[in-house]
Design a protein around this ligand. Structure first.
Ligand SMILES: Cc1ncc(COP(=O)(O)O)c(C=O)c1O
Length: 395
């Protein structure tokens, strides 16, 4: 007999269990609140405060003027894939074939979702580090696999200790997921750490997904991608995009380079679920790769000055703050205030109108930390730090 709405249970029971059990992002609720308030200095948002450089915006306008409003190849414009592969070879020392080993996606976000869904079956385990980008455990769970976090610690500058990673590997592990420079800590990996992790991946026959979205914003410790280590090209999927380095978050353009069989599997999901990334965004991204270097470098220099300022200010307070080597975040330890990260962030917002993100948004161990983005002006950093200093002396 056909089931009617009245026969069914409560609406929430219709949602697949692995989706119903997903937590909502801690950041979102918090920033809904921030948006209702006036005069807030926000160190919360994880995106550049710069507008996309003019040359790139102009390329978008030309694209529209020329009437380029159609679909592209599912894999993305071949001209962009060629430029991406040249760029990756020049900057990360690993060569990919633009026809079979590269796909243009709707941001790194889509690329991550595609590769996880292409690789994982229920019960597979993905080993990744915490603190990490909020989407990692959720995307692993959406692919019906099991997230296995490894805690990185302040004493080690939040870098990943290869032996901690090795200990988490079981017969069910299929993937290692890495993001260095890291959101939220700004940590990077040394050449030796990458080399050790690569050896572990080869020895255990694992796929490595490396999210390189902040790699242009590396201030110290720059080294080749893990994809370039021996035995790694055939087992690494290199994810990157234009959001951070070129201040193009709204364009939603990213890419994945990797072994042809995995790119092909990603392409299948992408062609049915997304079709292609927007053509004007792809043409803008091509312009970014062709002529965006100076703008990219000058934004990076600006972030470096801001990093030096904010770290100096935190160190003047009684809050320990590691010196982040990349990205545009600091992740200070607020335990000396006696508050946990959520109370700290809520009270700082209410009492001093400064928004920061509680560390718990990035992993279960984040209760002693807050994330502050320094993708804001020097004046805002000065004012926010003045208010944080007052707050810390009052609690
Ligand atoms: C580590 C990391 N990966 C991926 C993304 C998403 O990037 P995109 O805008 O390319 O989807 C972000 C955005 O904050 C991020 O921090």
């Amino acid at each position: 007999m056909m089931k009617t709405m009245n026969d069914s249970k409560l609406p929430h029971s219709r949602v697949a269990k692995h989706i119903a059990s997903l937590p909502k992002s801690g950041i979102r609720d918090f920033f809904e609140l921030v948006m209702t308030m006036d005069d807030v200095i926000s160190l919360g948002v994880g995106e550049p405060d710069f507008v996309t450089p003019w040359g790139i915006r102009e390329a978008t306008i030309y694209s529209l003027e020329k009437g380029h409003t159609s679909y592209t190849s599912n894999l993305g414009l071949l001209s962009l894939r060629k430029a991406v592969c040249n760029y990756v070879e020049e900057n990360y020392s690993v060569a990919y074939d633009p026809v079979h080993e590269c796909i243009i996606t709707v941001g790194v976000s889509e690329a991550l979702d595609l590769i996880l869904r292409a690789l994982l079956e229920p019960g597979d385990e993905v080993v990744y580090h915490e603190p990490c980008y909020v989407s990692y455990p959720a995307c692993i769970q959406m692919a019906q696999a099991i997230p296995i976090p490894i805690q990185t610690v302040e004493q080690n500058n939040f870098s990943l200790n290869p032996s901690d990673l090795e200990q988490k590997i079981t017969s069910k592990t299929k993937v290692i997921l890495l993001n260095f420079p890291n959101n939220p800590t700004g940590a990077t990996l040394t050449y030796d750490q990458k080399s050790e992790i690569a050896k572990i991946a080869v020895a255990n026959d694992l796929v490595v997904i490396t999210d390189e979205i902040y790699s242009e914003l590396t201030y110290e410790n720059q080294s080749q991608s893990i994809a370039a280590f021996p035995g790694m090209k055939e087992r690494t999927v290199f994810l990157h995009g234009f959001s951070k380095a070129y201040a193009m978050t709204g364009y939603r353009i990213g890419y994945a380079c990797g072994p042809a069989d995995l790119i092909d599997a990603m392409m299948k999901i992408h062609q049915y679920s997304m079709l292609c990334a927007s053509i004007m965004g792809q043409e803008a991204a091509l312009e970014a790769l062709k002529h965006g270097k100076n703008d990219r470098e000058s934004m990076k220099n600006e972030y470096l000055m801001r990093r030096n300022l904010i770290v100096k200010r935190f160190n003047k307070l009684d809050l320990s703050c590691t010196n982040p080597q990349g990205a545009f975040y600091v992740y200070p330890n607020i335990s000396s205030t006696g508050l946990n990260s959520e109370s700290f962030a809520k009270r700082l917002l209410k009492e001093k109108s400064v928004a920061v993100v509680p560390g718990t948004a990035f992993g279960s161990d984040g209760r002693h930390h807050i994330r502050c983005s320094y993708a804001v002006s020097m004046d805002d950093i000065e004012e926010a730090m003045k208010r944080i200093s007052e707050f810390v002396s009052e609690v």
